[in-house]
Design a protein around this ligand. Structure first.
Ligand code: NAD
Ligand code: UGA
Length: 341
């Protein structure tokens, strides 16, 4: 794996209070990197943000700033990123199935408008590299492993906003006057400790622990390339280290294999020794049949190979969940219910 340019302190992490952003922040701090963390959640009022950043907030190399990238003043943003060598842009409203209806306004603002504001600020501040957290959801329905040059037909409003964010990055990187190069990483369904409570593995494990059934959408034959969060963090750090002449790159980051929901449920049953309580529900709009990543480019550009097997990763997530003070009491706010200052 390519090493991180740790000398390039400070770095900015947007979405730092979230699931993946908090792991990235922890990894950077562990390397001794100074981190300017930006998130619209309050680490005082939002229990998920407080839990995710609990360790990081005790580290003197972390400066946390509560700011909404879509609406707050640009002057403030300029000040925050000035001097940064790398901006890791993870802030977004995630989740495929919740992106319909009036909630789309928040997706559009946080995933598209915020990305444009941040790119413009990066150019003003001459930040050399922005790494974008993009998504496998840009591909839509697929019939085999997705390569980065495949056509993109998102099946959900969320996927459309992530593709728009990628296109904004590419447009900025093509400007003749820019000094900001961009690497867009297409993460494939990420899991591990702190996983969002709306996501499948989190819900399946919560169902086993609580006995309250989890809804299975569709017939369970849909498959996902689940990717352990430590692998995602390793690839994200490596993306910061690709040489500067990169301009713009798009790279898949996956877990190395794709399993159906029924296979996933069977693995959870074997690990826990318990039957997963399920209710069968209709398929949900926006969900695709299958995701699978071709990792050739990730290997060539990032030196990336996934290290954590699904069974091991699920065991680690379960271990983390059972150690939580009250696993069922902390859940993500619905879109639009973020606790603000
Ligand atoms: P998350 O919701 O846990 O984290 C996202 C963070 O962004 C949250 O803390 C949120 O408060 C913050 N945020 C949202 N809008 C903001 C705004 N306008 N201004 C400032 N902060 C804002 O989600 P996650 O699962 O950690 O996802 C992180 C990134 O990775 C997202 O960009 C997501 O689209 C992408 N991604 C995630 C997955 C996955 O499986 N979790 C897969 C593919 C891509
Ligand atoms: C995940 C993230 O939530 C998105 O933010 C991200 O962009 C996307 O991965 C990605 O890879 O790009 P998703 O694949 O839907 O989206 O991940 P899960 O929420 O873990 O769902 C996986 C599968 O489980 C889906 O087929 C879903 O329908 C199913 N599921 C989920 C259920 O059957 N029941 C549930 O309660 C939750």
């Amino acid at each position: 794996m390519t090493t991180t340019p740790l000398t390039l302190s400070p770095v900015v992490v947007t979405g730092a209070a979230g699931f993946i952003g908090s792991h990235l922040t922890d990894a950077l701090l562990a390397h001794g990197t100074e981190v300017i963390a930006i998130d619209r959640r309050s680490v005082h009022k939002d229990p998920v943000a407080a839990r995710n950043l609990a360790d990081a907030l005790t580290n003197p190399n972390l400066a946390f700033h509560q700011a909404d990238l879509a609406t707050d003043e640009l002057d403030e943003l300029d000040e925050l990123i000035s001097g940064a060598r790398i901006v890791f842009h993870l802030a977004a409203v995630p989740g495929v199935r919740d992106s319909w209806d009036e909630r789309f306004r928040d997706y559009a603002a946080s995933n598209v408008v915020a990305t444009q504001c941040l790119l413009t600020a990066c150019e003003r501040a001459q930040v050399p590299r922005l790494v974008l957290a993009s998504s496998s959801s840009v591909y839509g329905q697929t019939s085999g492993p997705s390569t980065e040059s495949d056509p993109t037909y998102p099946m959900s409003p969320y996927g459309a906003t992530k593709l728009a964010a990628e296109h904004l990055c590419m447009a900025h990187a093509a400007r003749p006057d820019t000094s900001t190069s961009v690497v867009a990483l297409r993460y494939f369904t990420v899991y591990g400790p702190r996983q969002r409570s709306d996501m499948a593995i989190s819900r399946v494990l919560a169902a086993v622990l609580s006995g309250v059934p989890v809804p299975l959408y569709g017939d369970g034959q849909q498959s996902r390339e689940f990717t352990y969060v430590d692998d995602i963090v390793a690839a994200t750090l490596a993306a910061a280290a690709i040489p500067g002449e990169v301009g713009a790159e798009t790279v898949n980051v996956g877990g190395g294999s794709s399993v159906s929901m029924l296979e996933l449920i069977s693995v959870v049953g074997q690990i826990t020794g318990r039957k997963v309580p399920l209710t069968m529900e209709a398929p949900r709009a926006g969900d695709v049949e299958a995701t699978r990543a071709d990792l050739t480019r990730a290997h060539a550009l990032l030196g990336y190979s996934p290290r954590v097997e699904l069974r091991d990763g699920i065991a680690r997530q379960l271990d983390w969940m059972v150690k939580q003070p009250s696993p069922q009491s902390i859940s993500e706010p619905s879109v639009g219910e973020v606790v603000l200052r």
